[in-house]
Design a binder for this molecule. Structure first.
Ligand code: UD1
Length: 380
């Protein structure tokens, strides 16, 4: 364990393993590590990367952009079926826990790594904290919903982002003293990097004009793993892109499915001022820059619903439900599903200026990680 500077006689530092695995984890963990580093004498921490995401652009690029320390340990589990990936993470993470003997493991989000490391640590009697607890889509067809439920039922500290999450946990019988409403660590990262991202020269380099394009992300199995669904979505997007070019940093899963289904002709058939323009997955700062300046964002991601709410950019979510209803209630998000006519109707509304203005939810103020560390230190 590092950061083991002066250890007070009666105050053994808290030994923590922080876990990341997939792209949406990195921007959530970065501010937590930063906040921990402000207490070197009280916290020793290790960063474990499970290797769920491993491509340079899905992983290392984020460490660079966010100024995150290199992981101390990389489990290098890679891709596989859910069972294969989860099992590999558990086998490898168990060895780390046995060797390092942490007092606490911290997991973030809802990916397979989150659940796998929670189960492993709990079975070894190690306390676990879940950051972004209590989110529920009530859609058991989503692997993430299963991950969220399994993780929350086991965790000792449930750090929540909003009042809906608090309510969900209460309804599930979680004792009040385990629930800590701290705000949104992903927004800590966004607020910290917004100015830096704003200074990039992407508009010039890519020949885009602010508010004259949309951005798109698409990777949910429910949207991309069936030909008919994916083609319907691409048809709708093509129609939107006649009037408003769409920049689409394409996820590896989606690229694979587009090619497998023979749908590549929908992509890159125009240029950046017309059509759907795909790019490799982008780094954190470039993508934030694009979203800040976009007329609208179309997505099936979870985190982007929250980021657009804070940026005040209209978000059209191509899913039937959301685990983040606060972004619809207070923010700029609308849930439209994946049927062509509904996607088109929602985009038309935004283009006509019929958009939810929204406000920033409570405690999405850049201080969430600081609150988390304060709570951990007070409960030692
Ligand atoms: C995972 C998360 C999802 C999250 C998403 C963000 C789970 C169940 N899913 O989905 O919640 O929103 O990450 O991106 O944990 N691949 C690569 N390079 C990589 C990683 C993946 O090529 O670095 C390809 C592989 O073919 C892999 C496929 O993408 O099989 C899917 O990756 P996986 O991590 O299983 O799920 P995601 O769809 O990325």
């Amino acid at each position: 364990m590092k950061n083991s500077s002066s250890i007070c006689e009666n105050l053994r530092p808290l030994r923590i393993i922080n876990v990341v695995g997939a792209r949406p984890n990195f921007m959530k963990m970065a501010p937590i590590i930063e906040a921990m580093n402000r207490h070197p004498e009280r916290i020793q921490h290790l960063l474990v990367h499970t290797g769920q995401h491993y491509d340079e652009k899905m992983s290392q690029a984020f460490f660079n952009d966010l100024g995150m320390p290199k992981p101390d340990i990389d489990l290098e589990v890679g891709s596989g079926s859910h069972a294969e990936q989860t099992a590999r993470i558990m086998v490898e993470f168990e060895k780390v826990c046995l060797r390092e003997k942490p007092d606490l493991v911290i997991v973030v989000g809802d990916v397979n790594s989150t659940m796998a490391c929670t189960i492993t640590a709990k079975k070894l009697g190690i306390r676990v904290a879940h950051v972004e607890a209590g989110l529920r889509s009530r859609d058991m067809a989503m692997p993430e919903e299963i991950n969220r439920l399994c993780t929350d039922v086991l965790c000792d500290y449930l750090f929540t982002t909003d009042r809906f999450a608090n309510e969900n946990l209460r309804r599930e019988g979680v004792p009040e003293d385990k629930i800590f409403f701290v705000g949104n660590v992903m927004i800590d990262t966004l607020l910290k990097h917004k100015e830096m991202a704003g200074r990039l020269d992407l508009m010039d380099r890519w020949g885009l004009e602010p508010c004259k394009y949309a951005t798109l992300t698409l990777h949910r199995p429910s949207n991309v793993d069936e030909r008919e669904t994916l083609e319907g979505i691409l048809e709708a997007l093509t129609e939107i892109a006649h009037g408003l070019p769409i920049v689409f940093p394409i996820h590896p899963r989606t690229r694979k499915m587009v090619e497998q289904f023979g749908l590549s002709s929908y992509l890159n058939n125009g240029n950046r001022v017309q059509g759907i323009w795909t790019t490799e997955p982008l780094g954190y700062l470039e993508f934030l820059h694009l979203n800040m300046n976009a007329r609208m964002v179309l997505t099936d991601s979870g985190g982007l619903q929250e980021e657009t709410t804070v940026l005040g950019v209209p978000c059209i979510t191509l899913r039937e439900n959301t685990e983040r209803p606060i972004t619809c209630e207070e923010g700029t998000n609308v849930i439209v599903g994946n049927r062509k006519e509904n996607i088109l109707a929602a985009a038309r509304k935004v283009l006509q200026g019929d958009i939810a203005r929204g406000r920033v939810p409570e405690k999405w103020d850049g201080q969430a990680a600081e609150r988390i560390v304060k709570i951990l230190l007070s409960q030692k």
